[in-house]
Design a protein around this ligand. Structure first.
Ligand code: IPD
Ligand code: CA
Ligand code: CA
Length: 268
C-alpha cells in the first residue's frame, strides 16, 4: 500500500473508532445546527481533529481542506492537499441509522491520487490509489456490468437543506423512476460513490455536493473502471458539486435522462 494511503487509512480508522464509541451514547451527544437541517456534533469535530493530527504528523507541509475546520496551509501553493469529511451522513449517525462514513482523499497538484472511505458501523474499508485500482478491505473492486438502465439500481441524494435546485432535481427524479429497476437514497454521498465502485449500484447522481463529500468516492469509482462527470458529462463536478457516476454503459444512459432537465443555474 502507498505510504500516504496507509496514513490515510490509519486516520480513517482512528476517526471510525471515535464514531463507533459515540454510537453507544447518542442521547448524550452535544449537537448544534449550522443551518436548516444541517447538524454538527462533537463527534464530527473530534473525528476531524484526530484525522488532521495524524495526517499532519506524517506530512507537516501538506495542505488540508476539511468540512468542519476549513482550510489549513496554503491550498494554492502546496503540491499536496487532503480533502476530508470526518463524518459523511451526520443525520443518519445522529439517528442511529447505520449508513455513514469517514472520507479522506489526497490530491497531488489537483489530481486525486489516494482515497479512503471507511464505514465504521460495517467495518468496510474502501481504498483506491491512482493507477492501482479500488479495494473493499482486501478485495479488488469492479463496477457492475449491467448495460440496460431498466435493470439498474441507482443511488441518489435529494436536496434537504438548500432548495435552489429542487424543481430541476424533482424533474430528473420523476424521469429516472420509471426507467430503472430501483432508486435508493441512503444518505451518505461518499458511501454512494463507494457503492458504485463496488457494483452495488449501477449509477448515482446528486446535485450541489461539496468537495469533501465526493473527492475520495470519485477516485474509488474511476479506479474501479467507472465514469464520473458533471450533468453534461464533463469534469466540473468537483467545483459545481453536481455529479453523475456509473459503470461505463450506464453513465451515458443516466446522463441522457438527467441532462434535459439542466437549467441555466445548474450549468454555471
Ligand atoms: C451529506 C451526505 C448526504 C448528501 C448531503 C451531504 P454530511 O453529508 O453526503 O448524502 O445528500 O448533500 O452534505 O453533511 O452528512 O457530511
Ligand atoms: Ca458530507
Ligand atoms: Ca460531514
Amino acid at each position: 500500500m502507498h505510504p500516504m494511503l496507509n496514513t490515510a487509512v490509519k486516520a480513517a480508522r482512528r476517526a471510525g473508532g471515535i464514531i463507533n464509541r459515540a454510537t453507544q451514547n447518542l442521547d448524550l451527544l452535544h449537537v448544534s445546527r449550522k443551518a436548516h437541517s444541517d447538524f454538527v456534533s462533537e463527534v464530527d469535530s473530534a473525528a476531524e481533529e484526530a484525522i488532521i493530527n495524524i495526517l499532519l504528523e506524517a506530512y507537516p507541509n501538506h495542505a488540508i481542506l476539511a468540512e468542519e475546520s476549513g482550510a489549513q496551509g496554503d491550498l494554492e501553493k502546496s503540491d499536496y492537499q487532503w480533502v476530508i469529511d470526518p463524518l459523511d451522513g451526520t443525520t443518519n449517525f445522529l439517528h442511529g441509522f447505520p449508513q455513514y462514513a469517514v472520507s479522506i482523499a489526497l490530491k497531488h497538484r489537483d489530481i486525486l491520487t489516494q482515497a479512503v472511505v471507511y464505514d465504521p458501523s460495517k467495518n468496510e474499508l474502501f481504498t483506491a490509489s491512482r493507477g492501482h485500482g479500488s479495494y473493499l478491505n482486501d478485495h479488488r473492486l469492479r463496477v457492475s456490468k449491467r448495460n440496460q438502465l431498466s435493470d439498474c439500481l441507482i443511488g441518489t441524494g435529494f436536496p434537504f437543506r438548500e432548495f435552489l435546485h429542487i424543481n430541476a432535481y424533482l424533474a430528473m427524479f420523476k424521469d429516472v423512476i420509471p426507467k430503472v429497476s430501483g432508486i435508493r437514497r441512503p444518505g451518505s454521498a461518499a458511501l454512494d460513490l463507494a457503492y458504485v465502485a463496488a457494483g452495488r449500484y449501477d449509477g448515482f447522481w446528486e446535485l450541489n455536493l461539496s468537495p469533501w463529500d465526493i473527492a475520495a468516492g470519485c477516485l474509488l469509482v474511476t479506479e474501479a473502471g467507472g465514469l464520473v462527470g458533471d450533468l453534461e458529462g464533463n469534469d466540473t463536478y468537483m467545483r459545481s458539486g453536481h455529479i453523475v457516476a456509473g459503470n461505463p454503459k450506464i453513465f451515458g444512459q443516466l446522463l441522457q435522462v438527467i441532462s434535459p432537465h439542466l437549467t441555466k443555474n445548474l450549468t454555471t
